[in-house]
Design a protein around this ligand. Structure first.
Ligand code: C5P
Ligand code: C5P
Ligand code: ZN
Length: 482
C-alpha cells in the first residue's frame, strides 16, 4: 500500500515536471540542462536532452562535477527561464533556494536531499516517496520517467537509463540484476526492442574483444593480476587450454562453448579465493544487458561497457564527447571516446600501481581506510579509484575515504565509499560527508554507499579526523544495538 502511494506521488511529481517542460517548450523559452559528469549524469543528459530536442526545444546543456557558487552565479547572470538539474541538485536545495529564489528550477535527481525545495523548485526524487535512490533508480532513470511522460515515443530512451543505472552500480539485486523502479525501465527498454537481458559471464568487452583483453579490461570486480594485465590473462587462457584464437582470428567470450566458459569461471573463482576475496566469485556470473540495436564490435552494445565509456569521457575531462554519444552520435565521437577509454584504463592502472607502491598512500585508521591521492591522482579520477578499491581491498570492513588535491585551487576533492553490509546497518556516508564538510566550510553529500565532498585544503587533516570519529561512534552504536 505504502509503495502504491509512493509510486503515485512519484508519478505526480514526474508529470508536474513534464508539464512545466512542455509549457516552456511551447513558449520557446530557453531551457538550461545541467548534469553530473559521471556515466549516470551523462546518460541523464542524453535522455532529457534528446526528449527536449525531439520537441524542438530551445535547449542549452552543460556538465559539471559538482554544484558550487560559480554555477549559481552563472544562472543568475544568464537568467534562463527554466533550469533543469539532472543527477545532481538534491544535495543543494538550500543553496538553490537561498541564492536563486526567483528562478524556476526542476531537479531530476536520486541523491539524498539537503534542505527543502522552496516554491521555485520542483524536486523529483525517489527518496521523497519511499524509494531508495541509491539502489532502485538512477539520475538517468528519473530523467527517463520525465522523458516518457513528455512523450510515450521516448520509450526507446529506456536503454540509456539502464546504462545510467549500471554506471551507478545499481545492479545490486540477485545475480547482478537491476531491481526496484529500474525493473520497469528495463521492461520498457525490452518492449521497445532496444535491450535484451540474459545471464552470462560478466567480462568487459564480452561482445567485442579478444578474451584475454576482456579479462584484462574488467575492473569490476578488480581481479588482482588479471585486471589491467593482458599478458597474464593470455597466459591464464593458455594454461587452461582455451584457444584464444582460431586461425588468425581472435575469439570473443561469446564464442566460447559452455564447457570452456565453465573451465574459465572455475579457474577465476579459485584465483579470487587464493587472493583472499572469495566474495567476488559470485560477481563473475550475472545479468548481462545487451543493447541490441548498437553495432556489434562497439563498446556500446554491452550496457555496462557503454556506462564505462561514458564515465571515461567525464572523468578524463571530455564530457562533451560523452554527451554526444548519449545523444545518439555514432560517427567520429565513437572513435574519440574509444581513445579516451583507453587512456582512462591506462590511468586507472597507473594510479592503482602508484597507490600500492608505498604503504602510506593507503592507511588504516580507527574506523576508515584513508587514501591520499596527493598531487598524483586527478580529482576527477579519485571517485573511480575509491569505487575500485571498495570492491578490491581484502576483507574491507571499514569505509574508504579518498582525496585528491584540486589543481590550481586551495581545496581537495573527497570521495567516500562503503559496502552494502555497512549501509544496511545504517551507515550513511552521504549524511556524514555533508555534516563533516559543513564544519569546515565545504560541501558534501551523495548516497549512503557512495558520497563525496569538497573542502578547504588546510582543513583536510581535521576533516579526516572528524569523519573517522563520526564513523567510529556510528559503528559503535550499531554494534551496541546488535
Ligand atoms: O552522482 P551519482 O549518483 O551518479 O554517482 C554515484 C557514484 O558512486 C558513481 O560514480 C558510482 O560508480 C559510485 N558508486 C560506487 N559504489 C556503489 C554505488 C555507486 O562506487 N556501490
Ligand atoms: O565524486 P564521487 O564519484 O566520489 O561522488 C560520489 C557521489 O557523491 C556522487 O553521487 C556525487 O554526486 C555525490 N557527491 C555529492 N556532493 C558532493 C560530492 C559528491 O552529492 N559535494
Ligand atoms: Zn547518479
Amino acid at each position: 500500500m505504502a509503495q502504491e502511494i509512493g509510486q503515485r506521488k512519484l508519478n505526480e511529481a514526474v508529470n508536474a515536471a513534464s508539464d512545466q517542460l512542455s509549457k516552456a517548450v511551447k513558449n520557446n523559452e530557453p531551457i538550461h540542462v545541467i548534469s553530473h559528469l559521471d556515466a549516470d549524469g551523462l546518460a541523464a543528459a542524453g535522455i532529457i536532452g534528446s526528449a527536449l530536442w525531439r520537441l524542438d526545444a530551445n535547449l542549452h546543456m552543460r556538465v559539471q562535477q559538482w554544484m558550487d557558487e560559480k554555477i549559481v552565479e552563472e544562472i543568475q547572470t544568464i537568467n534562463p527561464s527554466l533550469t533543469v538539474f539532472t543527477d545532481m541538485g538534491a544535495g543543494y536545495l538550500d543553496v538553490l533556494c537561498t541564492h536563486l529564489p526567483k528562478h524556476r528550477i526542476i531537479v531530476l535527481d536520486h541523491h539524498q536531499k539537503k534542505g527543502e525545495a522552496g516554491e521555485n523548485i520542483l524536486n523529483v526524487n525517489p527518496h521523497e516517496h519511499g524509494f531508495d535512490g541509491s539502489k532502485e533508480i538512477s539520475g538517468a532513470g528519473v530523467a527517463y520517467l520525465v522523458a516518457r511522460a513528455l512523450d510515450a515515443g521516448n520509450k526507446d530512451l529506456a536503454g540509456l537509463a539502464v546504462v545510467g543505472a549500471l554506471g551507478d552500480q545499481q545492479d545490486k539485486f540477485e545475480k547482478r540484476s537491476l531491481g526496484g523502479l529500474n525493473m520497469g525501465i528495463v521492461k520498457d527498454a525490452e518492449t521497445s526492442g532496444v535491450l535484451e537481458a540474459s545471464i552470462d559471464l560478466q567480462f568487459f568487452g564480452r561482445e567485442t574483444r579478444p578474451i584475454h583483453k576482456a579479462l584484462a579490461y574488467t575492473t569490476s570486480p578488480f581481479i588482482p593480476e588479471i585486471s589491467g594485465e593482458e599478458d597474464k590473462s593470455l597466459g591464464l587462457l593458455l594454461n587452461l587450454d582455451i584457444k584464444p584464437k582460431i586461425g588468425d582470428k581472435w575469439r570473443a567470450l561469446r564464442d566460447l562453448s559452455p564447457e570452456e566458459k565453465r573451465t574459465l569461471c572455475s579457474a577465476l573463482s579459485d584465483h579470487l579465493v587464493a587472493k583472499g576475496i572469495p566474495e567476488h566469485v559470485l560477481t563473475l556470473i550475472g545479468r548481462v544487458y545487451t543493447l541490441v540495436n548498437e553495432e556489434p564490435w562497439t563498446p556500446l552494445r554491452d550496457a555496462r561497457e557503454f556506462s564505462v565509456l561514458l564515465n571515461s569521457t567525464g572523468r578524463m575531462g571530455r564530457p562533451s564527447i560523452g554527451v554526444a554519444i548519449a545523444f545518439g552520435d555514432r560517427g567520429s565521437a565513437i572513435d574519440e571516446a574509444s581513445a579516451i577509454l583507453k587512456n582512462y584504463r591506462r590511468t586507472i592502472t597507473l594510479n592503482m600501481n602508484w597507490l600500492m607502491e608505498k604503504p602510506d598512500r593507503i592507511t588504516e585508521m580507527r574506523s576508515i581506510y584513508l587514501v591520499q591521492g596527493e598531487g598524483f591522482v586527478d580529482e576527477k579520477m579519485i571517485g573511480t579509484l575509491a569505487s575500485i578499491l571498495s570492491t578490491t581491498l581484502p576483507n574491507l570492513n571499514k569505509p574508504i575515504i579518498a582525496y585528491a588535491t584540486l589543481s590550481g585551487e586551495a581545496s581537495v576533492k573527497v570521495s567516500a565509499r562503503t559496502l552494502a553490509t555497512m549501509t544496511q546497518k545504517g551507515l550513511n556516508l552521504g549524511k556524514i560527508m555533508g555534516l563533516a564538510a559543513e564544519k569546515f566550510g565545504g560541501e558534501g553529500g551523495g548516497h549512503d554507499i557512495a558520497a563525496g565532498a569538497q573542502i578547504p585544503i588546510e582543513s583536510v587533516d581535521d576533516f579526516v579526523e572528524l569523519v573517522d570519529e563520526i564513523i567510529y561512534k556510528k559503528v559503535k552504536a550499531i554494534s551496541a544495538k546488535g
